[in-house]
Ligand binder design. Structure first.
Ligand code: XMP
Length: 333
């Protein structure tokens, strides 16, 4: 609408004024905040923006390609995709403790991003080098980093809106979403032409599938989990609630699949199987501090379990998590 149109013109003018003819680096994660920040800054300064997308190999099915299709393909933004999946997997080998996994993933993420940013800062034949680091910090992040934080909040911040990084890199900070609340960021994203499915996506933790594979992370597990999770999400988007007409994806705040590295016995055709188990998790919450498990329709659960077991060879049992927070957390790790 026109109000959002006005907002965009003002924000664009402000970014142009602040940046002038200098160059900007932005860490693109595929999440809402960094995506909207990228779209807005790109609208303002085009090729003076370079996005760095670190793919840690723990993203959802086709997620990396979708980010590239959107930002490089449709918006024609400059995006450097760093495929660091082998590095992440190798450093995670043998590590099963959840916080240790988080530290490794968060630390490596910063290292890989910093190395790429340093190259962009140095410049080359066609660039005099970047001087700004853009971040998708939104108003609630600003408040949160002022007050006391939980241990997990620190992890969240250190991963997404990397604290202290501009100083370490000697770059100036550009934070065009600093005054916006989440719903305003979403509206802005849609007004900038980002697909609503991207902008209204459930939150996804920085460590990604790293905390949805219990214990040691292995590529085999991640590949199985990605396929199972894609089926769950697809069916949540397909199934509508009769009373509200909304899809179960929109009726839940967060939904995902968890990989359990235990094997159970099953039977398929004439044979016995001995394969892995997954748990489906779907919650409803307004603040993610407390959450209720979602009363998904049995027909939906039945469809999902049938499809996962039939389509994902290697998984022969699907369970549904009926634990609320507290005392359980939303994620399993
Ligand atoms: P829990 O599991 O603590 O999750 O109930 C609450 C919300 O936080 C997300 N979460 C994370 N996000 N890095 C993130 O960026 C993390 O390490 C992390 N751990 C949990 C979780 O997905 C849920 O939305």
């Amino acid at each position: 609408d026109w109000i959002m149109g006005d907002y965009i013109s003002e924000a664009v003018a402000k970014i142009r004024e602040q940046v002038g003819d200098e160059e900007v680096i932005l860490g693109l994660s595929g999440g809402v905040d960094s995506s909207v920040a990228a779209a807005l800054i790109h609208r303002a300064i085009g090729d003076q923006l370079t996005c760095v997308f670190v793919d840690h190999g723990l993203l959802r099915l086709n997620e990396g390609d979708m980010v590239m299709d959107m930002f490089e393909g449709k918006l024609h933004a400059k995006v450097i995709r760093v495929d660091a999946s082998e590095l992440f997997l190798s450093k995670l080998a043998g590590v099963s403790e959840p916080e240790a996994k988080r530290k490794i993933i968060g630390g490596l993420f910063v290292d890989v991003f910093k190395a790429e940013a340093a190259k962009l800062k140095a410049g080359n034949a066609s660039s005099k080098g970047a001087t700004f680091l853009a971040q998708g910090t939104i108003y609630p992040d600003v408040i949160e980093s002022g007050g006391a934080k939980s241990k997990k909040a620190v992890t969240i911040k250190s991963h997404h809106n990397v604290g202290g990084l501009p100083e370490q890199l000697g770059l100036k900070l550009l934070e065009p979403l600093r005054e916006l609340f989440k719903d305003e960021v979403r509206e802005l994203g849609v007004a900038l032409g980002l697909p609503p499915e991207m902008v209204y996506r459930h939150p996804f933790p920085g460590p990604g599938l790293g905390v949805r594979i219990l214990g040691e992370v292995k590529k085999e597990y991640a590949d199985l989990l990605r396929r199972a999770d894609a089926i769950f999400i697809e069916e949540l988007r397909n199934f509508r609630d009769d009373a509200t007409g909304k899809t179960w994806y929109d009726l839940t705040s967060q939904a995902f699949t968890v990989f359990l590295p235990v094997k159970s016995v099953g039977v398929m055709g004439d044979g016995r199987t001995y394969d892995y188990v997954v748990a489906l998790r779907a919650v409803q919450t307004s603040d993610f501090m407390t959450a209720d498990w979602a009363e998904l329709p049995y027909a939906l659960l039945k469809k999902v379990s049938g499809r996962i077991i039939n389509e994902v060879r290697g998984i022969n049992r699907v369970t549904y998590d009926v634990s609320s927070k507290p005392p359980a957390t939303i994620e399993w790790e």
